[in-house]
Write a protein that binds this ligand. Structure first.
Ligand code: ADP
Length: 523
């Protein structure tokens, strides 16, 4: 409309005398055109030379009327367009069809470019129809173009970003649920390429149960009503395999509030679900095995109690007979009674060891840690074993241990380990010495060794002696009775407290057991 007014005005000016009266319509039009600031409005003669200039043209192009009137309008075009003959082409087209419109780069006086919308209108003599010139209206759309460009770039970046995302299927549905976009994650998770899936209904991802219950449509309804729908459930891949999905459907609305479609984001949680199920299964199994362990140790405790009662009776009556309370006994009978007594003692030891071992296995042993001075432990345990050693004529020595050498252990467990090592040393030594010694220590650890000059252990059996129920080289120690559990229990206890037991030995020369323990709580 404005353009038309402008052209009329331009056309009118050509037919007005310069001294026309201000209130004449032609003069008014000229004033109007001259003062329009937002549009460059000017007239060209039939060859394209500039005849008039307005405020908008000055503002847009930078020239004042005096310097531009009479020049050819191609000065506003970038050189490459002038070279192509574009300005003259525009005029020819306008002359031919009456009007030519274009958007493109134009040049200001200072050489800078701006994005212009240009309309050129052919002006014809109302009487004869001959071409008298052209009206040209130019608008500066640089800002709009920049904003459009920024928007386009940001949309493009966003599209590339979404398309490249691999961990999430991100795609769009139209209001009826047909798929309109697809990304790399969707292809990876669901297995369809973009070409295969665009235009298909999103219900292809649903299981037959879900289809029967009308779930896909329900989900869109909820998203439409509330803005968003979210759930976790089974979905189908292209090959028909199920995967556990987290699904978020968001309703997209146009500025006028009408529904534009839906954005759908799907994550494949199959691995996470499998991991959760595994963890639950492991927890179930652990609970079941805890239960089984408790039942087992209750059973063993009850059984050991039941076994101990008759065994104690056997011991008691054997002692009565041995002491001659029931009448005189011969030397042979005393020997037999002592054998019965040894077997009875052995059996009692066995029951204790089995009970201990099963508690250990079931992880039911609790540890009461404290800082323990080793010198006092060594002395105590040494005194306990002294009678046994004396009986066999074995020399028992405990090397003195500096009073400040300590270990961070459960004292009763340490006693148990040392007693076991010492009684083994005495048991497997015919004559000679047994030495108990805290032989080294550093900042973190302390070592205690139990050495004997006994029968020794075959080198290929050294590791095996720590296995439960293993007894090696019994022929070397006739009469020795054990369970083969002592070392297994001792090593487990030592390791549980952060230490260890190792052994070195030589047949016929003796053995050295080494217990290492932490000096301080581990951090
Ligand atoms: P037990 O002493 O009840 O047989 P242990 O587990 O304490 O069970 O010991 C396992 C085996 O290791 C013993 O049967 C014995 O063959 C061997 N052993 C342990 N200590 C010594 C030692 N000081 N000298 C020689 N052999 C030993």
């Amino acid at each position: 409309m404005t353009d038309q007014v402008a052209f009329d005005a331009i056309a009118a000016t050509d037919h007005q005398s310069p001294g026309g009266i201000a209130h004449e319509p032609g003069e008014l039009h000229r004033l109007l055109v001259d003062s329009i600031d937002d549009y460059a409005i000017f007239a060209l003669d039939p060859e394209g030379y500039i005849l008039s200039w307005n405020a908008g043209a000055h503002r847009l192009k930078g020239y004042v009327a005096d310097e531009i009137i009479g020049q050819h309008f191609s000065v506003f075009y970038p050189p490459e367009q002038v070279k192509r003959g574009f300005p003259n082409f525009e005029l020819r087209e306008a002359a031919r069809v009456g009007r030519f419109e274009d958007e493109g780069w134009r040049v200001r006086k200072d050489g800078t470019r701006f994005w212009a919308n240009v309309v050129i209108t052919a002006l014809r003599d109302p009487s004869g129809g001959g071409l008298v010139g052209f009206g040209k209206v130019t608008r500066d759309l640089t800002e709009r173009r920049r904003a459009e460009e920024i928007l386009r770039l940001s949309e493009e970046r966003f599209r590339l970003l979404v398309q490249g995302v691999k961990d999430y299927a991100i795609f769009m549905l139209d209001p009826a649920g047909y798929i309109t976009t697809w990304n790399a994650g969707a292809e990876r998770i669901k297995g369809y390429t973009e070409g295969e899936i665009l235009g298909k209904h999103f219900s292809v991802f649903y299981t037959s149960e879900d289809l029967q219950s009308g779930k896909p449509a329900r989900e869109l309804e909820i998203a439409t009503a509330t803005g968003v729908y979210e759930e976790e459930g089974w979905r189908l891949r292209k090959d028909g395999a199920r995967f556990w999905a987290n699904v978020v459907i968001t309703a997209l609305r146009k500025p006028d509030g009408s529904l534009a479609g839906f954005a759908k984001v799907t994550r494949d949680l199959t691995d996470r679900r499998a991991a959760q199920e595994q963890a639950m299964e492991a927890a179930r199994k652990a609970a079941a095995s805890d239960e089984a362990n408790r039942a087992k140790s209750e059973f063993l405790a009850a059984m050991s109690h039941e076994l101990r009662t008759p065994l104690n009776a056997i011991g008691g009556y054997t002692e009565l007979l041995e002491m001659g309370v029931r009448g005189p006994v011969t030397k042979e009978q005393v020997d037999d009674l002592q054998r019965i007594k040894r077997s009875q003692q052995h059996l009692l030891g066995l029951i204790n060891d089995i009970l201990n071992f099963s508690r250990m296995e079931a992880g039911q042993i609790t540890y009461d840690y404290s800082t323990v001075a080793l010198s006092s432990v060594i002395e105590n345990v040494g005194h306990m074993i002294e009678p046994q050693a004396a009986l066999k004529g074995i020399k028992l020595t405990f090397e003195s241990c500096p009073p400040d050498v300590v270990a961070w252990v459960d004292k009763s467990k340490l006693d148990q380990i040392l007693l076991n090592l010492l009684s083994n040393a005495v048991k497997f030594t015919k004559e000679g010495t047994v030495t108990l010694d805290c032989d080294w220590h550093d900042e973190q650890r302390v070592g205690i060794s139990v050495c004997d000059t006994g029968v020794g252990i075959p080198s290929d059996e050294l590791e095996r002696i720590f296995e439960p129920f293993v007894q090696v080289g019994r022929s070397l120690t006739e009469g020795s009775q054990g369970t083969g559990l002592g070392l297994a229990i001792s090593r487990d206890l030592a390791r549980a407290m952060g230490g260890d037991i190792t052994v070195s030995s030589e047949i016929g020369k003796g053995s050295q057991f080494r217990l290492t323990l932490p000096r301080t709580p581990s951090t």
